[in-house]
Design a protein around this ligand. Structure first.
Ligand code: CMX
Length: 439
């Protein structure tokens, strides 16, 4: 096999760390890092440290940092396509994998690798063509990833016999191949469902995000610019969110990258997680229709928010399990809107909703975070460039999320993380503990 500079560099960074980690655990394994309450166990383990993720860390007040870099820092420092102001997703992947901001040349290397590895076997398209067209795009996406599993280098190497120390090597191949193939698969689903099955061939000269926009049918330079930003900021949100955790959990059974990532995508497809990006646009359209299609006033938005809450529903795009401030990914998108589409009516509604919702949610005691998350803005930007088919939006999120969860999965294999198996208890057991504490 030809040498691969990125693979060699990853081995140089990750393999010594695996040895170092063993010593670290041996020396410090008895150190206590926290304790948790009955409430935390019942509330989805929030705030309990239970796993290690190298690629990014979420701060409740500041938002996400990828290897220590915030979203504004990444927009400034990561390599860019000629003439662009937004980062290349290739750069954030390199950063998560290697731990350093890449040079332009290193980001181009990743781009070229993905272009070279992007061939999708015909049986995947044949399988998609057999599904009813009204199958949700996320279901099609997950099924296509599963169909791609025939290509897993890890699964076939494991079957032939593989030493534990070598697991990371075929996993690297799977991670790179799968990321390379996802835009083609996603674009195929989009064109099949919404554009009469008229498909667009990839352009290998374009970077990963621009080529994706091209295959979707959007050649406007600003849509390519948006796609680079979009695919960068959705890439990772530390390890405990549903898509990252499911990928990690399934991967811990030594399931290959295809099986693990499909599991993550099934989690991303839930309305409390990634599907919220489509729900936001549905909610905004319903809001506008409620007021006869006109741009709603602040008072009308207030009234509609109250109605949504009184109907027992959530305000999509608001709230977060960890964040306690406005999501910097929301701010990055708002800045993009103000720069490239200052008069866009849907973006203006999004910005008025941002004025109206937080004070209302702040007044509801049980809600821990009244501020917008990444999903509150993304749809309005896509609509501006003509992509109105909001049922597809979570697939875009999924293509981006692959970068983080698959980089993490590769780290899991390199560091030799074991099968995950937390303990579980019954309510009867919990009650007995509470009784003991009261005695
Ligand atoms: N609108 C109305 N009620 C909300 C709310 C919102 N935006 N956010 C939280 N709440 C409610 C919860 O439903 C919960 O109510 P119950 O106790 O009656 O079940 C209560 O407030 C407490 O919730 P919380 O502790 O503040 O939030 P959680 O950590 O349980 O949930 C999240 C976080 C994101 C699921 C929740 O805020 C929500 O449902 N938001 C809307 C959906 C959304 O935007 N999801 C996308 C998140 C980002 C992503 O993953 O892509």
């Amino acid at each position: 096999m030809k040498t691969d500079k990125l693979k060699e560099k990853f081995a140089k960074v990750a393999l010594p760390m695996a040895a170092e980690l063993k010593d670290f655990i041996k020396e410090n394994g008895n150190h206590v890092i926290g304790s948790y309450t009955i409430e935390q166990v019942y509330s989805g383990m929030k705030g309990m440290i239970g796993m290690v993720t190298e690629t990014s860390k979420l701060d409740p007040e500041e938002g996400i940092r990828f290897r220590g870099y915030s979203i504004p820092e990444l927009r400034e420092k990561l390599p860019k396509a000629p003439g662009d102001t937004e980062p290349l997703p290739e750069g954030i992947f390199y950063l998560m994998l290697i731990g350093e901001i890449p040079t332009d040349e290193e980001a181009t290397y990743v781009s070229n690798q993905w272009a070279r590895r992007s061939n999708v076997p015909k049986h995947v398209f044949d399988m998609l063509d057999k599904l009813p067209a009204n199958t949700h795009p996320m279901t099609q996406f997950s099924m296509a990833v599963m169909a791609l599993q025939t290509e897993s280098v890890f699964a076939s190497a494991y079957r032939k016999g593989l030493s534990k120390k070598e697991y990371w090597d075929p996993m690297y191949e799977d991670v790179m191949n799968l990321i390379a193939r996802l835009p083609r698969v996603a674009a195929y689903i989009y064109r099949r469902v919404y554009k009469n099955g008229v498909h667009i061939e990839p352009d290998p000269k374009l970077d990963w995000a621009a080529n994706f926009a091209h295959m979707l049918g959007y050649d406007d330079y600003n849509m390519k610019r948006l796609m680079r930003l979009y695919l960068t900021i959705h890439a990772d949100h530390e390890g405990g969110n549903v898509s990252a955790h499911s990928t990690h959990l399934v991967g811990s059974a030594l399931s290959d990258a295809y099986l693990s990532f499909a599991a993550g995508m099934n989690g991303l497809a839930g309305p409390l997680h990634g599907l919220a990006n489509q729900e936001v646009v549905r909610w905004l359209i319903d809001l506008r229709n409620y007021y006869d299609g006109a741009t709603p006033s602040k008072e009308q938005i207030h009234e509609y928010v109250m109605k949504t809450i009184e109907d027992g529903k959530v305000i999509p795009g608001y709230g977060h399990a960890v964040l306690r401030k406005t999501d910097p990914r929301f701010i990055a998108q708002m800045e993009f809107a103000k720069t490239y589409m200052p008069d866009d009516s849907m973006c203006q509604i999004v910005h008025t909703v941002y004025d109206v919702v937080p004070p209302i949610l702040s007044g509801i005691k049980k809600i821990k975070n009244p501020w917008p998350n990444v999903d509150a803005h993304s749809g309005a930007l896509l609509i501006h460039y003509g992509m109105e088919e909001y049922d597809f939006y979570t697939v875009l999120f999924g293509v981006s999320r692959a970068l983080g969860v698959l980089a993490s999965l590769l780290w899991d294999r390199a560091l030799g993380h074991p099968i995950e198996r937390p303990g579980s208890v019954t309510t009867e057991w919990m009650k007995a503990q509470a009784m003991k504490a009261h005695a």
